[in-house]
Design a protein around this ligand. Structure first.
Ligand code: BG6
Length: 478
């Protein structure tokens, strides 16, 4: 396990919200190596003590004193201006004494200069590693340019591209459920499955990240990475083994089989939206445009897409991907809807009203698995000819017992396990499809529909929403 972590973007939002809290938990649980050290790197001029005080102010309350002190004693701070080519070798060259993991929690335009500087400083020499946050570029061309430049600095086997959804335990459970059960293996294909819904609904808005978001929108911020990774895990062929490349080979094949979107598909397969002012969980919130008028044109905070995977397993099965900010409730879920039984024998309900089986896996905020089945009323006064829908319900775990996704990913990067990280060709395959959607939108002049914050998105997207949402108390607002 490598014991030096060089963290770029150490004063940024991600580092403060997730990376330092994750390191604290790992430290508390003795999961970091004995000689562990963190070199925090930022633009802001500060010395070691200044940065430790700054961290203490932000994390002091959340941690036991001993744990925080223990970690702080291992943190150093270096001010580096990445615009200056010699800055990294000058400031960080001294850390090349031990194999290290450099983590770029920075915007993508800094990836290449930072990697070149690290390479010049000897910090990417084998067996040192590089971790990159998403997004990798803004489209296929920029992602390719980044990947090519990285390859000049180090081998792909030492590049770790983060998609934090892969570090979430419920996402790994998706794989376990799918690949560890004969029942699933038998039916996991177009012959038995009618459609798959993947919904990532957030109540949070864009607040504070308008600058970044205006250049990306929900399509690039959420679909290109998290949602396509979920889709790939659900749709891939079972890998022969669970090593990193066996899984990543299969995910890439699925992403490559996504049918590019054409302008003529936009009317049926895509809806974009942007929230205006409204009420979310009882609080009045402003609209996206109230804080950000984008001179470059409209940006979506909601997207609903119907994706088609052109291969034998999934021919004709729509994968509906829906994500949005400021929606009625926070939920990430996958709903697999099965086809109706081939011959309906029962009197009631009539065939057309009988409910086909449905598997609903909620990944957050709670982790639950529900299987919708039909059962007989079977009371003494009824015959077994009358059926009703029933739910087999499996609460998997309480969310407060879960680790932050980044804890798992940090440990894997320090250990060198790439399974939960995204390979260059997967990223590029995902961008190829996203670029087709973006092109189709622009050629078809797809409008961005308004929706009130606190609803389930624009009315135009109602047909894309999983039917299971109608069950929830706030469902069907849009
Ligand atoms: C990030 C996006 O990658 O994922 C954010 O940039 C989004 O816009 C976040 O809010 C969602 O992550 P989670 O773990 O809260 O579902």
């Amino acid at each position: 396990m490598h014991d030096t972590l060089i963290l770029f973007g150490a004063t940024g939002d991600l580092a403060q919200r997730y990376l330092f809290p994750s390191l604290l938990h790992l430290w508390r649980d003795r999961l970091l190596p004995p000689d562990f050290r963190v070199v925090a790197v930022g633009r802001q001029p500060m010395d070691d003590d200044g940065f430790r005080t700054w961290l203490r102010e932000r994390h002091g309350e959340a941690a036991e004193d001993g744990d925080l002190d223990g970690l702080l004693a291992r943190v150093q701070y270096r001010t580096v201006d990445l615009d200056d080519e010699a800055a990294i070798p000058n400031a960080l060259g001294v850390y090349a004494d031990r194999p290290c993991v450099s983590y770029l929690a920075t915007p993508p335009d800094l990836f290449v200069p930072a990697a070149r500087g690290l390479s010049a400083a000897g910090l990417l020499a084998d067996p040192s590693r590089l971790v990159l946050e998403k997004p990798i570029g803004r489209d296929l061309a920029s992602a390719r340019a980044i990947n090519a430049a990285l390859r000049e600095c180090l081998d792909e086997s030492r590049i770790f591209r983060i998609d934090h959804y892969l570090g979430k335990a419920p996402v790994q459970n998706l794989l376990a459920l799918r690949l560890g059960n004969t029942l699933m293996e038998a039916v996991w294909q177009h012959r038995w499955i009618k459609s798959v819904d993947i919904l990532v609904a957030e109540t949070a808005g864009v607040d504070g990240r308008e600058g970044y978001y205006a250049g990306y929108g929900a399509l690039r911020d959420m679909v290109q990475n998290h949602m396509l990774q979920l889709l790939a895990l659900i749709a891939m062929e079972p890998p022969a083994a669970l090593d990193a490349d066996s899984i990543r080979d299969e995910k890439r094949k699925v992403l490559c089989a996504l049918r590019p979107m054409e302008p003529g598909d936009v009317a049926t397969d895509a809806v974009r939206g942007r929230y205006r002012a409204g009420v979310v969980e009882g609080d009045a919130v402003i609209g996206f445009d109230d804080r950000h008028a984008d001179p470059r044109g409209p940006v979506e905070t909601f997207v609903a897409l119907q994706a088609w995977i052109d291969n034998w397993r999934w021919a004709g099965v729509p994968f509906r991907l829906v994500t949005g900010k400021r929606l009625a409730a926070r939920t990430t879920e996958v709903v697999v809807s099965f086809k109706p039984v081939s011959h309906w024998l029962f009197e009631r309900p009539r065939r057309e009203r009988a409910r086909a089986n449905r598997l609903r896996m909620q990944l957050q905020p709670e982790e639950t698995i529900e299987l919708g089945l039909m059962g007989s009323l079977a009371a003494s006064e009824w015959g077994a000819m009358e059926l009703r829908p029933m739910t087999l319900d499996l609460p998997v775990s309480r969310s407060d017992q879960r680790r932050i996704a980044y804890e798992r990913l940090l440990v894997d990067a320090l250990r060198g396990n790439q399974t939960l990280f995204v390979r260059d060709d997967e990223v590029e395959a995902a961008w190829r499809w996203i670029d087709s959607v973006e092109r189709a939108w622009s050629q078809a002049q797809a409008p961005v529909h308004d929706y009130p914050a606190g609803s389930w998105g624009p009315a135009e997207a109602a047909a894309f929403m999983p039917r299971t949402l109608l069950k929830s108390p706030r469902g069907g607002d849009a």
